[in-house]
Design a binder for this molecule. Structure first.
Ligand code: G3H
Ligand code: 13P
Ligand code: ZN
Length: 332
């Protein structure tokens, strides 16, 4: 058993309390490899932002749990070496079983998500409560994120055709029965690079898809039911058109890509939403940079020559998000 405190990590408790009163959101960036982790830490140290490092169960299988644990320890030391100690959380993204959550907690995670959103309400409550009882009973309190409502798109092995907004009438009972520390909700965001069908969008003069607004009314209703309680938004990539165009210019195919506009995320970050999950934008930034290197230098075969530029682009993107969208810059 490794406690997250031994790795130099923190849980989400204080970070969320500060984010709610301060009207900003903590970035939750997914990572699977060293270059992504370097970019996240560089961006968050440079902007003096707290950060949640997210690991999906797929990422854990891809990267290896022991490597991940030591990468998180390394991230804490790397931030200090870069000159500024930022709070770092290691969080399981979309945990699907009690056993996976417990295993992550045993190997140094400071926070876990148990995603029972696809289950009937009572089963979601029972599973989330079981994880909370375990996580909260540890000597070093581990925070737990639950989810109510279904996001469209793919969440690891779980996929849904359509999103179902969170029902505000259910949130108080869910939180009080489970003891969850934060709640992921569905208000129209979804995973991946195609957040809406073209038929749900309009197009601007350049043919770019313009998505419908998020359901801020549902968010407001949830905030009324759970005053001061930390809310989480998944599926919050903006899918920047510049990256989509760069990928397509250099041979990729990413038709009908559409994300959540930055103004809407900025508005959400000022509310009780205090954790915003971003993965797809990072994938796009890295892919765009790598495709450019290969198109312009077909002779290149040193991985540092394409992963390096990909890492630099990712750092630029995340620094921008911290400063201009989430408001987390300067909050560490
Ligand atoms: O919500 C899903 C995240 O983007 C993680 O994706 O399961 O492919 O690692 P993944
Ligand atoms: P995106 O696909 O919008 O980046 O969402 C990521 C996410 O919610 C991870 O849990
Ligand atoms: Zn998610």
């Amino acid at each position: 058993m490794t406690s997250y405190k031994e790795l130099g990590l923190v849980n989400t408790k204080e970070l969320f309390a500060k984010a709610i009163t301060g009207g900003f959101a903590i970035p939750a960036y997914n990572f699977n490899n060293m270059e992504q982790l370097q970019a996240i830490i560089q961006a968050c140290v440079e902007t003096k932002s707290p950060v949640i490092l997210q690991v999906s169960s797929g990422a854990r299988k891809y990267a290896n749990k022991n490597l991940l644990k030591n990468m998180a320890r390394g991230a804490v030391e790397y931030a200090e070496e870069l000159g500024y100690k930022i709070p770092i959380v290691l969080h399981l993204d979309h945990g699907d079983t009690y056993e996976l959550c417990a295993d992550c907690i045993e190997s140094g995670f400071s926070s876990v998500m148990i995603d029972g959103s696809h289950l009937p309400f009572a089963e979601n409550v029972a599973l989330t409560k079981k994880v909370c009882d375990y996580a909260h009973g540890k000597k070093d309190y581990v925070t737990v994120e639950g989810e109510l409502g279904v996001l469209a798109g793919v969440e690891d092995d779980v996929s849904a055709e359509e999103s179902h907004y969170t029902k505000p009438a259910e949130v108080q009972e869910f939180v009080s029965k489970t003891g969850a520390d934060s709640l992921a909700i569905s208000i129209g965001t979804s995973h991946g690079r195609q957040k809406f069908k073209p038929s749900q969008c309009t197009r601007n003069a350049d043919g770019v898809l313009i998505p419908p607004p998020l359901a801020f009314g549902v968010l407001a209703e949830i905030e009324r039911k759970l005053p001061g309680f930390p809310i989480v938004l998944h599926g919050s990539s903006s899918v920047p058109i510049e990256y989509v165009r760069q990928v397509e210019k250099f041979g990729g195919k990413l038709s009908d890509s559409v994300g959540i506009p930055e103004e809407q995320l900025r508005k959400a970050a000022k509310s009780a939403v205090c954790k915003i999950n971003i993965d797809s934008d990072g994938r796009l930034a890295m892919t765009a940079a790598i495709r450019k290197v290969f198109a312009e230098h077909p002779e290149e075969f040193d991985p540092r020559k394409y992963l390096g530029p990909a890492r630099d682009e990712l750092k630029k993107l995340y620094a921008h998000k911290n400063k201009e969208v989430l408001g987390s810059a300067g909050q560490a």
